[in-house]
Design a protein around this ligand. Structure first.
Ligand SMILES: [Zn+2]
Length: 438
């Protein structure tokens, strides 16, 4: 089921990719809490001719209008219970109508029939400037094989939305019950909508990628929004959406019905080059003068991402092959991840295997490595299988899901007709960037 040749090829990249660490946060309820009700202060500087606010007479009214807007936004993202709760006790005509609409929309949802048939697509950091990524140097082939360009990414996401896919997070799909048994959870969506998981690996902006046309970090802009820093071909530093996280955030803001209750996806982190573009590995950068500051900044970015519906996953500290590595090496790697990545991204129950190299074949998990991973809190595990639209295995106390690699290798296989998989999600021919060298 897992293509070893593909994994072997991926290993070559990983040896290049080698340094970033990351861990995931546990199930995170996307926070869409309403902003504090804004109260219009009586203004002594009224513009001539403007209508004076009715101070003190009806202070509830603007508050309720705001709540209605927020409730509609929650309902658009399928959080009907959250939407209804916001309007609890509201008596205005708009609120009553909104409550009726919410109840009606909820009535029209159906429970997704089979959680084991949920697809999972994954990316690496996006190529922003194909000219610099595909410039003929010794890193070009790795980028062509394992990355997609920002243009390709945007086309893929628009097509997924057009085809009625809806982003879900692992905790929407399943979770441990009170006895520690893994169980599927109900996903309520309007008929015709299909849940899907997205993830992005190695979001460390590795050292080796410098100058090759990739973003350099994730950071918060002056409004507290997660954005990228990117250095253009002329060496000018700019801020904006240049990678999956801010691009998906913006897309969902525009199309709230692309996300199930605010879910966005999984970000898988190694540790050896730090995380999210910050060189936070104490073992690798012992001389860093900015370690404390970088760690604080990375933690703030991670917190903002979690609040926006992103979930972190461990991708092993050193991007090691979890299947082949002997137990002591795995143990040491997990120790490093716990020391250098977990404090920044928080606890997580998600583990995304580097190279897709699983600790077991398709049989159920058991043994030392599994016990170690469970002891560290991991309950969800992800390999790679680009040959089928969905593969899931429910264990007694874990869930294993295969992911489909979206990259040049998979595009090429699809174009040759070897892999009739991607057509479920988009048409490769329409997505492929003409900037890829022929
Ligand atoms: Zn990786």
């Amino acid at each position: 089921m897992f293509q070893r040749s593909e994994l072997a090829a991926a290993v070559v990249l990983a040896s290049t990719l080698a340094i970033s660490g990351c861990s995931a946060s546990g199930p995170v309820a996307p926070t869409q809490s309403p902003p504090p009700a804004s109260r219009q202060a009586p203004s002594s500087a009224q513009t001539p001719g403007s209508i004076p606010p009715e101070v003190g007479t009806d202070t509830e009214a603007p508050n309720e209008a705001e709540l209605v807007t927020q409730a509609k936004a929650l309902a658009a993202g399928y959080d009907y219970a959250g939407a209804a709760k916001l309007l609890e006790g509201a008596t205005g005509a708009d609120a009553v109508t909104a409550l009726e609409d919410i109840a009606e929309a909820q009535d029209q949802t159906v429970v997704w029939a089979d959680n084991s048939k949920i697809s999972h697509l994954f990316f690496h950091s996006l190529v922003v400037d194909p000219k610099r990524a595909f410039d003929g140097d010794d890193r070009q082939q790795g980028y062509l094989d394992y990355m997609v360009t920002m243009d390709e990414f945007n086309k893929i996401i628009a097509e997924l939305y057009k085809r009625d896919f809806v982003l879900v997070n692992p905790s929407d799909i399943a979770g441990l019950d009170k006895n520690g048994k893994m169980a599927y959870r109900k996903i309520n969506l309007p008929k015709g909508k299909t849940p899907i998981v997205l993830s992005e690996d190695d979001v460390s902006y590795y050292e080796y990628m410098a100058g090759d046309g990739f973003p350099t970090k994730l950071l918060l802009d002056q409004n507290g929004k997660v954005t990228n820093e990117y250095t253009d071909a002329l060496g000018k530093k700019v801020q904006g959406a240049y990678d999956m996280v801010p691009l998906i955030d913006a897309f969902v803001e525009k199309h709230p019905d692309f996300s199930y209750r605010g879910s966005k996806g999984i970000v898988a982190l190694t540790g050896y080059n730090g995380v999210l573009g910050y060189r936070t590995s104490k073992s690798q950068y012992p001389e860093s003068k900015t370690m404390a500051k970088d760690t604080v900044t990375a933690t703030k970015v991670a917190d903002a991402m979690k609040a926006n519906g992103w979930v972190f996953a461990s991708h092993a500290w050193g991007h090691i092959d979890m299947g082949k590595s002997p137990v002591p090496r795995v143990k040491n790697d997990m120790k490093l991840w716990n020391a250098e990545v977990r404090p920044i991204v928080g606890d997580t129950d998600q583990f995304i295997y580097p190279f897709g190299a699983d600790i077991a074949s398709v049989g159920h998990y058991s043994g030392t490595k599994y016990d170690m991973l469970k002891k560290d809190g991991f309950n969800f595990f992800y390999g790679v299988d680009g040959t089928t639209t969905a593969w899931m295995q429910m264990g007694d106390s874990y869930l294993r899901q295969a992911r489909i690699n979206l990259d040049g290798l998979q595009f090429a296989k699809e174009k040759r007709g070897d892999r009739p998989v991607l057509k479920t999600f988009f048409d490769v021919k329409k997505v492929i960037d003409p900037a890829r060298p022929k």
